[in-house]
Design a protein around this ligand. Sequence first.
Ligand SMILES: Cc1cc2nc3c(=O)[nH]c(=O)nc-3n(C[C@H](O)[C@H](O)[C@H](O)COP(=O)(O)OP(=O)(O)OC[C@H]3O[C@@H](n4cnc5c(N)ncnc54)[C@H](O)[C@@H]3O)c2cc1C
Length: 411
Amino acid sequence: MAEFLVLGAGMVGVSSALALQAQGHTVTLVDRTGAGLETSYGNAGIIQVEAAEPYALPREFSKLFNYLFEVSNDVTWRLNGVLNMAPALWSYLRHSAPQKHAQISKIYSQLTFRSTADHEELIRDSLSEDLIQRDGLAMFYRESDEFEKATQKAEFLRQEYGVTSRIVDGKAYQQEESALKAAPAGVVHFTQSWSCSSPGGLTQAYCELFVERGGSFVSGDANTLQHTVNGWSVLTSDGEREAEQVVIALGPWSPELLKRFGYQIPMVYKRGYHGHFAMPTHLNRPFLDTANGVLAAPMKQGLRITTGAALVPMDSPAETSQLVRGVNALNQLMDVGKQIEEPQWIGTRPCMPDMLPLVGEAPNHKGLWFHFGHGHQGFTLGPTTSALLMQAMNGEFNELITALSPRERLL
Ligand SMILES: Cc1cc2nc3c(=O)[nH]c(=O)nc-3n(C[C@H](O)[C@H](O)[C@H](O)COP(=O)(O)OP(=O)(O)OC[C@H]3O[C@@H](n4cnc5c(N)ncnc54)[C@H](O)[C@@H]3O)c2cc1C
């Protein structure tokens, strides 16, 4: 019998499995498909040191008005989505109050700051160096007053959290990036962030490393999880697998499974889309078009354009208006080329209302560990929160472990 089952082989589950293995545990990793095929596949691939402050829900009337009437392309919503998530959204709004958000950012920034260092060893050991670019992330501002505000914010991020950036005039940036046919007003280039040309590929490479090191990766359905006299069991293609302890790393699918064990976990489900484009000129560095809520990143498949958040039920059909609107806006800055034909990808950011991932033991079950809710930065934070999960399992206590603990937050 393995000591640990890890359910879910996205970046968070695979990183958990590797961390447990490094501690000498026998681990079975279970996913219903393959490794890194869901949210960890289709994201923008940025390892986001710059994201020291998690996304808060704006509380200014003008911004909420823009969201309400979808004037801005950052957020779209459907009534059934908002009603389903109403308690979680209300809690999210409360946690977004400036003072509360500042406290949360003090915790969050400690996670994002070490994220590249926590990936480094895994990138090296999984021979994935060719997927990584250590050249930062650019934020484009189309209006001078927005650029001015962003410049001040960048200075604040530097002083408060050690996030470094370069402030570049739009025309000067255009000289560096030949793919641009028009210049934004200005660019903040966050220099410590990394980008990955295949987030799903990196997750798979980490999973292969886990298997090479003796781990077992099997296909199975987490919904068959049972609490047994010996611990936990799950049905897999290799029959029943049992372990003394289990880690739930099912990203946005985690709360649904945990209902069966008596946990009502509030989650804000922020859907995102991407499309790939056969851009004629290579883009050197990923950038966020802040005015239109779309991020353009060079990937193995072509230029990947990802959208902001759609507040819709998990199972609602794809609506690509946010992507189309973003692509049209990007075409003013550069020629994105023809869209590559493929099934429409949909992914959901699993966001906790207090903007922090849940990392630690379940409040009411021994040997049941939560490791999900990484929101906008799960690709960044998988290895980092796995290290903290190990500390929690070893009975260590510190400010970070307490802040992320389900016991502290769900009871
Ligand atoms: C458009 C978009 C852009 C993003 N960009 C970034 C970015 O640039 N940087 C960043 O850090 N983050 C980004 N994110 C967020 C990031 O992708 C997620 O936070 C992260 O992928 C979550 O990882 P996870 O392992 O928790 O979930 P997932 O990757 O979704 O993994 C969950 C796994 O559970 C499995 N599973 C589900 N149900 C079952 C079941 N019943 N049985 C067995 N297995 C099951 C799934 O198959 C899946 O493999 C972005 C997200 C979106 C949507």
